[in-house]
Each structure stands twice: as structure tokens, then as C-alpha cells.
Design a binder for this molecule. Structure first.
Ligand SMILES: *[C@@H]1O[C@H](CO)[C@@H](O)[C@H](O)[C@H]1NC(C)=O
Ligand SMILES: *[C@@H]1O[C@H](CO)[C@@H](O)[C@H](O)[C@H]1NC(C)=O
Ligand SMILES: *[C@@H]1O[C@H](CO)[C@@H](O)[C@H](O)[C@H]1NC(C)=O
Ligand SMILES: *[C@@H]1O[C@H](CO)[C@@H](O)[C@H](O)[C@H]1NC(C)=O
Ligand SMILES: *[C@@H]1O[C@H](CO)[C@@H](O)[C@H](O)[C@H]1NC(C)=O
Ligand SMILES: *[C@@H]1O[C@H](CO)[C@@H](O)[C@H](O)[C@H]1NC(C)=O
Ligand SMILES: *[C@@H]1O[C@H](CO)[C@@H](O)[C@H](O)[C@H]1NC(C)=O
Ligand SMILES: *[C@@H]1O[C@H](CO)[C@@H](O)[C@H](O)[C@H]1NC(C)=O
Ligand SMILES: *[C@@H]1O[C@H](CO)[C@@H](O)[C@H](O)[C@H]1NC(C)=O
Ligand SMILES: *[C@@H]1O[C@H](CO)[C@@H](O)[C@H](O)[C@H]1NC(C)=O
Ligand SMILES: *[C@@H]1O[C@H](CO)[C@@H](O)[C@H](O)[C@H]1NC(C)=O
Length: 768
């Protein structure tokens, strides 16, 4: 018994010793844990170059600085994640001196320009290099080929020029290679033609080639599928996005050897020759069939469209539009693709009848066969496909339209028949509704959620989270736009959006009420753009920096699984984090040019709320994307003017002339956006010119989007857009003049808006 207290004492003593040792070691750990001086030096160089002293950089442990993430021992910088932090300037060469950097993400900093320093090639520990949506110029440094552990390159949406360096072909770990939307030129490098023996054809592990939206030339190399040694390497490639380039030559048959390919997008290039029959073999890889989308529209392809159904159980989207095919009957094989969803065959030389059973097809949503020579009668089968939503039949030779089953409810299907003999004015059975259906009626989607706090009005870009009950505070969210580059859906539905929203909530580990999708719409070239707001969990503060960083990096690194919109691209429209003085200002007050007259009818269709959202998004975009690619700046010269089909460009001098030098006599209205003038074109047509006041101007891209929207909307209650002026620093919209003085009445909001808008709704628009 006597021993027990002793033992206890010994034990206690031991514990004290252990504790002391622990504290000592903790202390020495603390000393050891200092980030190595080289890394600290690099951080200081970056701080000097980027004005990063507006962050919490400079004092204390560098591992606690914004965007700096150290390794577990705290001795080196492992990740540098500075997305959407307003850093500006160029990337200093010193960045190459980090001792163990693994992830670098500088995306969404529109002020970050200049070239990527070749010293980036010294960061041999780097696994991901992400600098997207910045303003980088100069070449893609070949030194990136030294970074053998790289798995991810995302340098898309910059102004990079020069060609794709072959050295990157040596990176065997790389699975994501995105250089889309830059100014790249030259050919796709292949090992047989390069001095280092590398090329895109040697990238054994790569799953994503995203090189769309550049100015690349030359062929689609046959070596991709048929390399000189006979062993195809690109067997993991799933997305090959090459649309919107200047590629030429024929599509090689050996593409069929890319046995994992899911999306092959070659649209809007200069490809010639036939669609190789081998492409239909794409379906038969070792893992079964993979091809989901084939897009070859907007080329100069000839011959006929081959039968793609051979073992193609996943084929969902086909786009063959606008090629130089021989006259051919409607490809019957389409109806035997079990998952076929979207078919674009505009202007492909189709002749003969449209087989009725295609419209009964169980998964078909959208069929575009406009601008062909299809003839006979359009026959709607007794039972139509349950998913059919869009049938674009314009400009063919259809003489009639027959619905075989009068009980079929066709109201959910958008059928467009204009430009066919069946729509001739003297045709007795003219199906009026189908003939007068406005085209392109893919309406934007907007959130059905309405805030529970209607009495609160938020100023500027602050938003009341509509998903939050009880907490009625306006906060600044992180607002992003997700772009589905190749959507598998052709119509945006509530359930699709909700599925996406819940995936974002779950995968970002957020609360249900933190993610709100405000609007979604298709762009003119078929992409889908989805606007998402991320709110703070408490509902009363702005979204914090850590969450902003987490969300944006998850998106830039494509680490979210969003099958509906893969592969997606994300843009920051406004960042809600309050770390920087600049973003605290709660953003600009300059109202954008409203669409008072033009959008009146569109508004009635999509709702005031959607419009408000859009306006807000556009205003924010203007602020966060000052480097819009359209035009050099403020439209100083007519040379900057874009080509927009359906809207004519008016030089400033012409507008000045037709409005009598903007004389007071021609003034027919004034609003928050500026003034409206009447004028007479040289052809005698009367127009109304809406001239944006200086402080109401939008960014170039926003202005362009607006014109595109207006020029696409056609409605009987809508004042048509004739054209626009973006010249001499002016932004003006030219509309048809409404007779009988209605136009000025609209402007003053006195009477007779052409739709059933309430006076407060009208005011909201007039103020915009
Ligand atoms: C590359 O990655 C491997 C495996 O993760 C690792 O062992 C190696 O040290 C890395 N190389 C460099 C230079 O970091
Ligand atoms: C990118 O290319 C376009 C057209 O090819 C050109 O107008 C523009 O000036 C280029 N931008 C830069 C930054 O090189
Ligand atoms: C790609 O180019 C097309 C046409 O040139 C353009 O409409 C589209 O906005 C571009 N896409 C991106 C992601 O910039
Ligand atoms: C690859 O494609 C070419 C052309 O279609 C073909 O001749 C060759 O046999 C294919 N190679 C393999 C390994 O499938
Ligand atoms: C298309 O190919 C499939 C599979 O080889 C075949 O069953 C079908 O009859 C073909 N269709 C046409 C219209 O040639
Ligand atoms: C439809 O067009 C085809 C080919 O041009 C022609 O042979 C046929 O007679 C036409 N059918 C009708 C009903 O006009
Ligand atoms: C389709 O037809 C319309 C009307 O004839 C024409 O204005 C349009 O340019 C055509 N589109 C194509 C791609 O040929
Ligand atoms: C006609 O349509 C109705 C409603 O969709 C359906 O119930 C009926 O079976 C159809 N009739 C025939 C003959 O297919
Ligand atoms: C047809 O369907 C729409 C909704 O899709 C519905 O509003 C309408 O009442 C239906 N019409 C008939 C006659 O059933
Ligand atoms: C609501 O926002 C205002 C201004 O942004 C702020 O002053 C107020 O404290 C916030 N309310 C709560 C409960 O946080
Ligand atoms: C950011 O994401 C990581 C990993 O997904 C998670 O551990 C961390 O808690 C997140 N941070 C915040 C602030 O949400």
C-alpha cells in the first residue's frame, strides 16, 4: 500500500515531464515552423507586384495570410489561391522561386495581365496551374513542359497568343488542358512534326482538350488516333473541344480510335471532305460506347451524313447544321438512337418528307431542320414523344400540317413553320398559330422564388436572399455565372435548375439557403448560362473570404461533378467578400442603358423580376469585367463595331444627321438612362434613337449582349430594333418609330403601355 502514493508521484512527475517536453517541443516546433525565407521573399515580391498589401499580407505568420496555404509543418507555401482578390499588375519572375508550391490559382483577377514568366517552369512540384479569366498576354511558355507533376492546366479566357507548345505533350500526369478563349494561332502540335518529339498525340493521360475559341489553323491531326508507332495514346480523352477556330482539311477517320471520347466538337471551323464513316465506330471502346455529342456544324463538309447509330447507345446531341452536304433524305437512323435528345440539322440539304415517327421518339426534345427542302405534309403522329418541346421547321417546302390525333395536346410544343408554302397567305388551311410563331423562343428561365421580405428594398448590388426566411437583410453575395459549354439539355426547366442547385449545395458543403440560381438562358451559339448567387449562411453578412475562395477554386479546378452542364466554365460576376477596400464600395451607381421600349414585350413574357436580375447581373459584369473583348474600349472608332446579324451599325455621324444634331425639336423623351430622339432615315423610315447618358453607359460586352437580345426578340407588341451606334464613345439604340404618338406616351408612362404592365412596373422600367 505504501508504494502507491510514490507510484502516483512518479507518475505525476512523469506527466509533468511529458508536459514540459511537449511545451518545449511545441516551442521549438514553433521556431522550426517558420516559413522558409525563400518563400517569404517570393510572397513579398508578389505583394510588391500586385498591391497585395491591401490584403492582410506583410505581418505575422505568412501561413495566415489571405490565399496562402502552407504544408502541415508550416515551413513552405504549398498552395497559393488568390481567385477574385482584385490583384492587379503582372506576374513577377520571382514566382518561380517557391520551394514547394503545388497549387497556383490566380483566376478572376481582370487586372492581372502581362505574360506568364518562363520561370514558372521552375516550379517542379506544381500540380495545378490555374489562371483563368484574367488578362494574360504573350505566349504559353514552353517551360511549362518541365512541370512533370502537373495534372491541371487552366489558362482559358485570357489573351494568350502564339502556338500551343509541344513540350506540354511530355506531361503524362496532365488530365485537364484548357487553353480555350485566347488568341492562340498555329497548328495543333504532333510528335511527328516537332523537334522535341512531343505533341498533343503523346498525352497519354489527358482527358480534356479544350482549345475552342482561338485562331488555330491546320489540320485535325490523324496522329491523334493513328500515331506513327501504331499505339493510340489518347485513349482517355473524353472531351475534344475545338470549335470556333480556323482548322481545315478533312476529319481523319482515325478519330475513331479515341475510344473514350464523349464530346467531339469541331463546329465553326473550315473542315472539308466527308464525315468519315469511321466516326460511327467511336462507340465501340473497351469500356463500351461513349459518344454523347457530335458537333460539326458551320464547316464545309460534303457528302451525306453517315449512319451513327451503330452501337451508339449514349448519343444525345448531334449538330450537323450549315455544311455543304449533298441533297439527302432525313437520316432515318436518328430515330434508332435510344437517347437522342437534340438534333440540329439546319441548312444541310434535306429533301423529301419528314418521317412522322421521329416525332414519336421517346427522348427527343429538340429537332431543328429549318432551311432545308423537306416537302410534303408535316404529320404529327397519333402519340408524340413525351419530351418533345421544340420543332423548328421554317424555310422548307412543307405544303400542309396534319395532326392525326385531335386529342393530342400540342400546347407545350413550340412548332415553328414560317417560310413554308403551308404558311402562304392564300393557303386555305393555313395553321396560323404555327406560321406566326416567333422563332428562337428559347426563353430565359428565372427563379420562381420570391422573397418573403417584400418591404425591404436593397440598394445597388445588394441582394435579399430569397431563400432565407425571417432574415431580411440585404447582403452582397458571390455572384457567378456557370456556363454549360455543351449542354445536354435544350430547354431549361425548374427541375433541372433545382437539381443543379442541390448539387452545388451538397458538393460545396453549404447550407440549402446559401445557393440561389437567379436566372438561366441560352446564348446565341447554344451555350447555357446560369447565374448563381452564393450567400453567407447567417443571411445578414456578406459572403466571407474563405468561402469565396473555396467556391471559386472548386469551380476553376472543375472539381464539382455537375453532369448536366459538363464541361462547365465559371465566371465571377461579383465577389461578395469584403476583404478589399475596392469591393467594399458596394459597386457602381451608374445605371445601365435601359431597354425601355425594346424589351417591353420580352419583359411581359419573362417577368419584371427576371429583367431586374438580368439588369443587375449586367451592371455587375460591367464592373468586374472591364476588359470586354468587344472593341478596344469605348468604341472610339467605327472599326471596333461588331457584326450583329439583324441589327445595323450606325456611325455616329449618321445618327447625328438624322436627328438634326440631336436637336431639342427631335427630343421625344427623357429618362434616367438618357434621352430619346426622333429621326428619319435616308430611306424615309422614321426611327426613335435612344442615346445613353455618359453615366448610363454599359461595358462593351453588355451593350453587345443587349443588342443581340433585342435583335432576336420579335413580337407584335414590340418596337423593333433597327440598329445601334457604338462609335465616338456613344451608345445608342435605334428603334422603329411607333406611329400615333404612342411612343412618347410610353416614355412618359402616361398611358397605354402595350402590355398589361402596372404603373409601378412601368416606372421600374422607365427608371432603368
Ligand atoms: C511528383 O509526384 C510524386 C508522386 O506524388 C512525388 O513523389 C514527387 O516527389 C513529385 N515530384 C516533385 C518534383 O515534386
Ligand atoms: C486577339 O485577337 C483578336 C482577333 O484575332 C484581336 O482583335 C485582338 O486584338 C487580340 N487581342 C490581343 C490582346 O492580342
Ligand atoms: C466563343 O466564340 C463564339 C463565336 O466566336 C462566341 O459567341 C462565344 O461567346 C465564345 N465563347 C466564349 C466562352 O468566349
Ligand atoms: C486507327 O485508325 C486507323 C484509321 O481508321 C486504322 O487504320 C488503325 O487500324 C486504327 N488503329 C487502331 C489501333 O485501332
Ligand atoms: C444504321 O445502322 C444500324 C446499325 O448498323 C442499322 O441497324 C440500321 O439499319 C442503319 N440505319 C439505316 C437507315 O441505314
Ligand atoms: C419532294 O421532293 C422530292 C425530291 O426533291 C420529290 O421527288 C418529290 O416528288 C417531292 N414530293 C412532293 C409531295 O412534292
Ligand atoms: C435560312 O433561311 C432564311 C430565309 O430564307 C435566310 O434568311 C437565312 O439566311 C437562312 N439561313 C441559313 C443558315 O441558310
Ligand atoms: C390520341 O391521344 C390521346 C391523348 O394523348 C391518347 O390517349 C390516345 O391513345 C391517342 N389515340 C391514338 C389512336 O393513339
Ligand atoms: C394542354 O396542356 C397545357 C399545359 O401543358 C394546359 O395548360 C392546357 O390546359 C392543356 N389543354 C388541354 C385542352 O388539355
Ligand atoms: C443589416 O444590414 C445593415 C446594413 O448593411 C447593417 O447595418 C445591419 O447591422 C444588418 N443587420 C443585421 C441583423 O446584421
Ligand atoms: C473549404 O473546403 C475545405 C475542403 O473541402 C473544407 O475543409 C473547409 O472547411 C472549407 N472552408 C470553408 C471556409 O468553407
Amino acid at each position: 500500500m505504501a508504494g502507491a502514493p510514490v507510484k502516483q508521484r512518479v507518475f505525476r512527475g512523469g506527466r509533468v515531464l511529458v508536459l514540459a517536453l511537449f511545451y518545449l517541443s511545441a516551442l521549438s516546433n514553433h521556431v522550426d515552423a517558420a516559413v522558409n525565407p525563400t518563400d517569404v521573399g517570393v510572397l513579398n515580391s508578389l505583394s510588391a507586384a500586385w498591391g497585395a498589401n491591401t490584403m492582410n499580407w506583410g505581418t505575422g505568420d505568412p501561413c495566415t495570410w489571405t490565399g496562402v496555404f502552407c504544408d502541415p509543418t508550416g515551413t513552405k507555401v504549398m498552395n497559393l489561391l488568390l481567385q477574385a482578390t482584385n490583384i492587379a499588375g503582372t506576374i513577377p519572375a520571382a514566382i518561380g522561386s517557391f520551394t514547394g508550391l503545388e497549387q497556383l490559382d490566380l483566376s478572376y483577377n481582370p487586372g492581372l495581365g502581362g505574360p506568364i514568366p518562363p520561370q514558372i517552369g521552375q516550379l517542379t512540384t506544381l500540380t495545378s496551374l490555374i489562371i483563368q479569366n484574367c488578362a494574360l498576354t504573350g505566349p504559353v511558355p514552353p517551360e511549362i513542359g518541365n512541370l512533370k507533376n502537373l495534372t491541371f492546366i487552366g489558362l482559358n479566357n485570357n489573351y494568350l497568343s502564339g502556338s500551343i507548345p509541344s513540350s506540354i505533350g511530355s506531361l503524362q500526369q496532365l488530365y485537364w488542358f484548357d487553353l480555350s478563349t485566347n488568341n492562340l494561332t498555329g497548328e495543333l502540335p504532333v510528335s511527328t512534326k516537332t523537334t522535341d518529339g512531343y505533341g498533343l498525340d503523346t498525352m497519354t493521360g489527358c482527358k480534356h482538350f479544350h482549345f475552342n475559341n482561338n485562331s488555330l489553323t491546320g489540320p485535325l491531326p490523324s496522329e491523334f488516333g493513328a500515331p506513327p508507332d501504331g499505339i493510340p495514346k489518347l485513349t482517355k480523352l473524353i472531351h475534344m473541344l475545338l470549335e470556333n477556330n480556323q482548322l481545315s482539311g478533312s476529319i481523319p477517320d482515325s478519330i475513331a480510335n479515341l475510344t473514350s471520347l464523349e464530346i467531339l466538337s469541331l463546329s465553326n471551323n473550315k473542315f472539308t471532305g466527308i464525315i468519315p464513316p469511321g466516326l460511327s465506330r467511336l462507340a465501340t471502346g473497351p469500356l463500351g460506347s461513349t459518344l454523347e455529342q457530335i458537333l460539326v456544324g458551320g464547316n464545309q463538309l460534303t457528302g451525306t451524313i453517315p449512319n451513327f447509330t451503330a452501337l451508339n447507345p449514349k448519343l444525345a446531341v448531334v449538330e450537323f447544321s450549315k455544311n455543304l452536304f449533298d441533297p439527302q433524305p432525313f437520316p432515318e437512323w436518328l430515330k434508332s438512337a435510344p437517347t437522342l435528345q437534340t438534333v440540329y440539322m439546319e441548312y444541310v440539304g434535306l429533301i423529301g418528307p419528314l418521317p412522322a415517327d421521329v416525332l414519336a421518339y421517346p427522348s427527343l426534345e429538340t429537332l431543328w431542320v429549318r432551311n432545308n427542302s423537306l416537302n410534303g405534309t408535316v404529320i404529327i403522329p397519333p402519340v408524340i414523344g413525351p419530351k418533345l418541346l421544340t420543332l423548328s421547321l421554317q424555310n422548307n417546302e412543307f405544303v400542309g400540317f396534319t395532326q392525326t390525333n385531335t386529342s393530342t395536346n400540342m400546347s407545350q410544343i413550340d412548332i415553328e413553320l414560317a417560310g413554308n408554302p403551308a404558311c402562304d397567305a392564300n393557303n386555305v388551311g393555313r395553321p396560323t398559330q404555327l406560321c406566326d410563331q416567333p422563332s428562337g423562343s428559347k426563353l430565359p428561365w428565372s427563379s420562381p422564388f420570391v422573397s418573403n421580405c417584400p418591404s425591404v428594398t436593397c440598394s445597388d448590388s445588394l441582394v435579399l436572399n430569397p431563400l432565407k426566411t425571417g432574415n431580411c437583410n440585404c447582403t452582397l453575395p458571390l455572384e457567378m455565372q456557370l456556363e454549360a459549354r455543351r449542354p445536354t439539355f435544350s430547354v431549361i426547366t425548374d427541375s433541372l435548375i433545382e437539381t443543379l442547385r442541390l448539387k452545388l449545395v451538397a458538393q460545396l458543403n453549404l447550407q440549402n439557403s446559401q445557393v440561389w440560381i437567379s436566372t438561366a438562358a441560352f446564348s446565341a451559339d447554344g451555350r447555357a448560362e446560369i447565374n448563381v448567387d452564393f450567400f453567407s449562411a447567417d443571411g445578414v453578412s456578406d459572403l466571407d473570404r474563405a468561402s469565396t475562395s473555396n467556391i471559386t477554386h472548386s469551380l476553376t479546378s472543375n472539381s464539382l461533378v455537375l453532369d448536366e452542364i459538363k464541361p462547365y466554365l465559371a465566371r465571377v460576376i461579383v465577389s461578395g467578400e469584403t476583404f478589399f477596400a475596392t469591393s467594399k464600395k458596394r459597386l457602381g451607381t451608374g445605371a445601365i442603358v435601359g431597354i425601355v421600349l425594346g424589351v417591353l414585350a420580352a419583359l411581359a413574357a419573362v417577368g419584371i423580376y427576371a429583367f431586374w436580375q438580368r439588369r443587375r447581373a449586367e451592371r455587375l459584369k460591367h464592373i468586374s469585367k472591364p476588359f470586354a473583348k468587344w472593341g478596344k474600349g469605348e468604341g472610339e472608332s467605327a472599326l471596333d463595331a461588331p457584326q450583329i446579324s439583324g441589327a445595323r451599325f450606325f456611325p455616329y455621324s449618321e445618327v447625328k444627321r438624322i436627328t438634326n444634331n440631336f436637336s431639342e425639336n427631335n427630343e421625344i423623351g427623357v429618362g434616367g438612362y438618357g434621352k430619346v430622339y426622333s429621326g428619319v432615315l435616308d430611306n424615309g423610315n422614321k426611327v426613335a434613337v435612344k442615346r445613353a447618358a455618359k453615366d448610363s453607359m454599359q461595358g462593351a460586352e453588355e451593350f453587345k449582349n443587349e443588342i443581340e437580345l433585342l435583335s432576336r426578340v420579335h413580337h407584335k407588341n414590340l418596337v423593333g430594333l433597327v440598329g445601334y451606334c457604338y462609335d465616338q464613345g456613344e451608345q445608342m439604340l435605334v428603334y422603329e418609330f411607333m406611329p400615333n404618338g404612342t411612343m412618347s406616351e410610353w416614355l412618359r408612362g402616361k398611358c397605354c403601355a402595350p402590355t398589361s404592365l402596372s404603373s409601378s412596373q412601368f416606372k421600374q422600367m422607365a427608371d432603368s
